[in-house]
Design a protein around this ligand. Structure first.
Ligand code: NAD
Length: 311
């Protein structure tokens, strides 16, 4: 697993170990942290290796599955790290595919709903080719992922590597960083601190957010299938950013005011997965209600804050 010390990577490592697999996590801790997998280190089946996958990927012995998750993923991260983002999406993906080819392993690429850009088709099915601005600031992430998808298909067609592409829609849960700039951790942190909750634009732009446990279940179903994808995995429950901010404020029990700030450049107006394919081919659909997922995430942020205060 590349990016194993990140938000999604750490949850995947946890589930793979629980399912009886051995896991080697490769991570350079650019946007992730060893603390995310600290609790797994005493597990015999787990190894954490500090490695930058844009330099090389080497794993001794047999490997059955390669999950390529390394990449800055939040807008704050990839806008700050544009070249690292493009390198890990291109050279990093090349190296991860090379490992899968060498080992005869199944390969799973963590792609993104951002490949759809600011979509002109709503909701977005996998057959939609997207509406991405390659020269805008967000292009570094969107185009790196689109390149990664094309490279994955090239390895499949040219070298017969058993590949799968998942297009992940916005996912949230414990172990997101409070300052990573993504809406849910930002709103929770602001509500907990009684600061104004900053909503971009007029807050009418929509997102569809998936709780991490649902996502992990979908990813593992895809990994264990023989589908090539791309397959959308995400929660189709769509809501406006303003509604999301208000719901988080209520669940935290905060009296923060809502402050409207400028919309980022090329911020998508709408975003909702069409999950027909995942439902029919994988038998997957999200099961965790937004309210429940938010409560679990808020409880985790509150525990982190009280542990930090106690330390
Ligand atoms: P994250 O930043 O928490 O995790 C990414 C991990 O990759 C980090 O641990 C980071 O240190 C590592 N990394 C980055 N560059 C690396 C390199 N060159 N070599 C080795 N490790 C490197 O982000 P996340 O939210 O867990 O996202 C994981 C993957 O899922 C990413 O590929 C992201 O694009 C994709 N994704 C996530 C979401 C989401 O909602 N979280 C949505 C769509 C796609």
């Amino acid at each position: 697993m590349t990016g194993g010390a990140g938000f999604l990577g750490s949850h995947l490592c946890e589930q793979l170990l629980a399912d009886g697999h051995e896991v080697i996590a490769l991570d350079n801790f650019l946007t992730g942290s060893p603390t995310n997998v600290e609790h797994l280190l005493q597990h015999d089946g787990f190894r954490l290796v500090r490695a930058d996958v844009t330099e090389y990927v080497h794993v001794p012995g047999p490997v059955d599955q390669v999950l390529h998750f390394a990449s800055p993923a939040s807008p704050i991260d990839y806008l700050l790290l544009p070249i690292e983002t493009m390198k890990v999406g291109s050279i990093g993906t090349l190296h991860a595919l090379g490992l899968a080819k060498e080992k005869g392993a199944r390969f799973l690429l963590a792609s993104t709903s951002e490949t759809y850009g600011d979509p002109q088709v709503h909701p977005q099915p996998e057959t939609y080719w997207g509406h991405v601005n390659p020269v805008g600031p967000r292009g570094v992430y969107d185009e790196a992922k689109r390149f990664g998808e094309a490279l994955t298909m090239a390895y499949r067609r040219t070298h017969g590597v058993d590949t799968a592409i998942v297009r992940i829609f916005n996912t949230f849960g414990p172990r997101m960083r409070p300052n990573d700039g993504r809406a849910i951790p930002t709103f929770i942190r602001q509500a907990m601190q009684g600061e104004p909750i900053t909503v971009a634009g007029d807050g009418s732009q929509t997102r569809s957010v998936c709780y991490v446990d649902d996502l992990v279940r979908g990813l593992l179903l895809l990994l264990r299938s023989d589908l090539a994808g791309p397959v959308n995995i995400g929660n189709p429950h769509e809501l406006s950013m303003l509604a999301l901010a208000e719901q988080i404020r209520d669940l935290v029990g905060s009296d923060s005011e809502i402050a409207f700030i400028d919309r980022p450049v090329d911020d998508p107006t709408v975003r909702q997965p069409d999950i027909t394919l995942a439902v029919s081919e994988l038998g997957w659909a999200p099961q965790i209600e937004l309210d429940e997922g938010l409560r679990k995430t808020i409880a985790w942020f509150q525990r982190q804050a009280s542990d930090g205060a106690a330390a």
